[in-house]
Design a protein around this ligand. Structure first.
Ligand SMILES: CC(=O)SCCNC(=O)CCNC(=O)[C@H](O)C(C)(C)COP(=O)(O)OP(=O)(O)OC[C@H]1O[C@@H](n2cnc3c(N)ncnc32)[C@H](O)[C@@H]1OP(=O)(O)O
Ligand SMILES: O=C([O-])CC(=O)C(=O)O
Length: 436
């Protein structure tokens, strides 16, 4: 294990926070938090608060806050690459884990710490290579993450009989190693699938995002900035979304962070969750093909959207289980596009779709949030810089999601959270009780 200053700093936070939580539960633990209805139970537990997740909180109107900071606030307050405008994801991870804004030094330490941990064992590449080249990148990613598990410090420590109060320590090691290694695994998948296996070695002098972009094959300072923004804004979205919740749930059985993260990635790969980012581009390209290639008019887009709905499909990139306004992550990406590529035809189309879709979804009378989410915009930015293989997009999302969910998983073990095991019931039992 690598001993590091960051870990010692984190260690100093555990006891006081544990005491705060224990005292709070001891004093107020029997307070009622609310009531819920039969309908909510049938509707995917929507609106029921049933989890403690410390690193971020989602407000339906304002969007995500990372440790209390909104997206514009973190863009302003987190350290940046010299000359850059976008926050460094190393700093976001520091904020999420430590509940403290980092300075430049802390961010540099985080960056260097991950560089020291970044070596991916060769068997991981062999596992990925054993899959057919046409295997979806998320299939390859999940296989790669599971293969990384041979390195689990938590698994080893558990076998050796580690005490419960120390679980957080090897979980921290696994989480940090996983975060450090994911860009290499992701880039390997990209180059194997789309660039004839012409792999690019990491450059440890670069920051986390730039090095990732470099290994993918996009050595463009503007793309580096995009990656910094992308990896920051996709990192965390409170605890109830499918990926974060799956990671929390599986981790609660004391499955190690690799297993927990692989479970989360299986959830992220669903088209109603992270995979929507590739579905948006697929849908937009199909629309363009059907409408003859150029920039479709608002009327043509409206017709296409209505056709999608008539066919019983969802309009990808729109709607949300919690948000009730345009996702601030969408807006941050829109601002990036306005600054760097305001005349890009795909950006103009994405903008026009934004003008057309909400009204139509609203008119259905059933869609609770007609506004765009993060996935409605990310693909356009990636395509602009030449990362056009949209099946790969969810892997990028996954690399980012590790930052929030791993910070949270370390806290889960530091706070000694128990195995998650909510109750369930049957319709017959409910009917016997309520349908009298
Ligand atoms: C990173 C992320 O995960 S962000 C979300 C990414 N996903 C997408 O963009 C896929 C498109 N959007 C959706 O499918 C949904 O809006 C979800 C999955 C995000 C949220 O689902 P819910 O909370 O159930 O949404 P909501 O309560 O508004 O659903 C009510 C009805 O509207 C429909 N609806 C919601 N959004 C859309 C949409 N974009 N297009 C068409 N219909 C929609 C639902 O399918 C549901 O229909 P039903 O009653 O026939 O089953
Ligand atoms: O919050 C959700 O349910 C989905 C989402 O936007 C995310 O996980 O980023």
């Amino acid at each position: 294990m690598i001993t590091d200053k960051l870990k010692e700093h984190f260690r100093s936070k555990i006891e006081p926070y544990n005491k705060k939580v224990k005292d709070f539960v001891a004093q107020y633990g029997d307070q009622k938090m609310g009531e819920y209805t039969i309908a909510q139970v049938y509707q995917g537990m929507r609106g029921i608060t049933g989890l403690i997740y410390e690193t971020s909180k989602l407000d339906p109107e304002e969007g995500i806050r990372f440790r209390g900071y909104s997206i514009p606030e973190i863009q302003e307050k987190l350290p940046k690459y010299p000359g850059g405008k976008q926050p460094l994801p190393e700093g976001l991870f520091y904020l999420l884990l430590m509940d403290e804004l980092p300075d430049d030094d802390a961010v540099r330490r985080m960056s260097n710490n991950w560089v020291r941990r970044a070596q991916v064992p060769p068997h991981v590449f062999k596992v990925i290579d054993s899959l057919p080249q046409h295997a979806h990148p998320m299939t390859q990613f999940i296989a790669g993450i599971t293969a990384l598990r041979t390195e689990s410090e938590f698994q080893k420590a558990y076998r050796q009989g580690i005490s419960k109060k120390d679980y957080w320590d090897p979980v921290y090691e696994d989480a940090m190693n996983l975060i450090a290694r994911l860009p290499r695994v992701a880039a390997y998948i990209y180059r194997r699938t789309y660039r004839n296996g012409d792999h690019i070695e990491p450059d440890p002098r670069l920051d986390y995002s730039a090095n990732f972009a470099h290994m993918l094959g996009f050595d463009n300072p503007e793309f580096y900035e995009l990656m910094r923004l992308y990896l920051t804004i996709h990192a965390d979205h409170e605890g109830g979304n499918v990926s974060a919740h799956a990671i929390r749930l599986v981790g609660s059985a004391l499955s190690d962070p690799y297993l927990a993260f692989a479970a989360g990635m299986a959830g992220l790969a669903g088209p109603l969750h992270g995979l929507a980012n590739q579905e948006v581009i697929r849908w937009v390209l199909d629309m363009k093909k059907e409408l003859g290639g150029g920039l479709p008019s608002k009327e043509e887009i409206a017709e296409y959207v209505k056709k999608t709905l008539t066919e019983g499909k969802v309009v990808p990139g729109f709607g949300h289980a919690v948000l009730r306004k345009t996702d601030p992550r969408y807006m941050a990406q829109r601002e990036f596009a306005l600054e760097h590529m305001p005349h890009d035809p795909m950006f103009l189309l994405i903008s026009r779709i934004y003008e057309v879709v909400p009204e139509i979804l609203e008119a259905t009378g059933k869609v609770k949030n007609p506004w765009p989410n993060v996935d409605a915009h990310s693909g356009q930015l990636l395509m602009y810089y030449g990362l056009v293989e949209y099946d790969f997009y969810t892997v990028l999302f996954g690399v980012s999601r590790a930052l929030g969910t791993m910070a949270s998983l370390i806290w889960d073990r530091a706070l000694g959270f128990p195995i998650e095991r909510p109750g369930s019931t049957t319709t017959d039992i409910l009917m016997q009780k309520y349908a009298k």
